[in-house]
Design a protein around this ligand. Structure first.
Ligand code: MN
Length: 205
């Protein structure tokens, strides 16, 4: 067995009322688990072992497996990496400290403007995917990726990598039970459960 479902450092109910218990439970134990199961199956089939998930994503294009398997692996290994990241940046009621506020000021004028740009981009993103705040050469930018693509994919020959600092799941399964078609309410709720302490440590890394 290669990858396993990571344990969360909080209870499914800890992010209420912003991210609801039922969604958190299904998202973690069903959706994330399915990405892991499918990834493990492909890796076993192709005799790929002992590789860290980010390393796998970086190597994806260079693996000697069929393009069909590669596509499956891209979606599922991406799903595993993205969700593992996502759980780690969630915690209720943290606040951005001075360092983070200054970084956001340098890149987006201020915190409120950053949130506005992030929300607008997330709202206008069509279909299933993710929105990210990424760090590239000490600069921050907001990007979106479709399906389960991840900012570090396809960057093996690119010297200046983009590292995720914030990532938000824009698939309907992440919010439909509570917010239905109202993605905007889900975006607003995200700011209450974003772990700014983790964001800072990711930026400084
Ligand atoms: Mn998801």
């Amino acid at each position: 067995m290669n990858y396993q479902l990571p344990k969360l450092s909080y209870k499914y109910s800890d992010l209420e009322p912003f991210f609801d218990t039922k969604t958190m439970e299904i998202h973690h134990t069903k959706h994330h688990q399915n990405y892991i199961n499918a990834t493990n199956l492909i890796l076993e089939k192709n005799n790929i072992k002992n590789i860290k998930i980010n390393e796998l994503l970086l190597k994806l294009d260079n693996l000697s497996i069929s393009s069909k398997q590669k596509k499956l692996l891209r979606n599922n290994a991406g799903g595993h990496a993205n969700h593992s990241f996502f759980w780690k940046i969630l915690k209720k009621d943290t606040k951005p400290n001075k360092i983070i506020l200054n970084i956001l000021k340098d890149n987006f004028s201020n915190l409120e403007n950053f949130k506005k740009i992030f929300e607008k981009k997330a709202l206008n993103f069509f279909g299933s995917g993710w929105i990210w705040l990424v760090k590239k050469n000490n600069l921050l930018k907001i990007i979106t990726t479709k399906n389960q693509d991840n900012p570090i994919m396809n960057q093996i020959n690119n010297k200046s990598l983009e590292y995720p600092i914030i990532g938000l799941d824009l698939w309907e399964h992440a919010y439909y039970l509570k917010y239905q078609n109202q993605r905007f309410l889900y975006l607003k709720s995200f700011w209450h459960v974003l772990n700014w302490d983790k964001v800072l440590s990711l930026f400084l890394k």
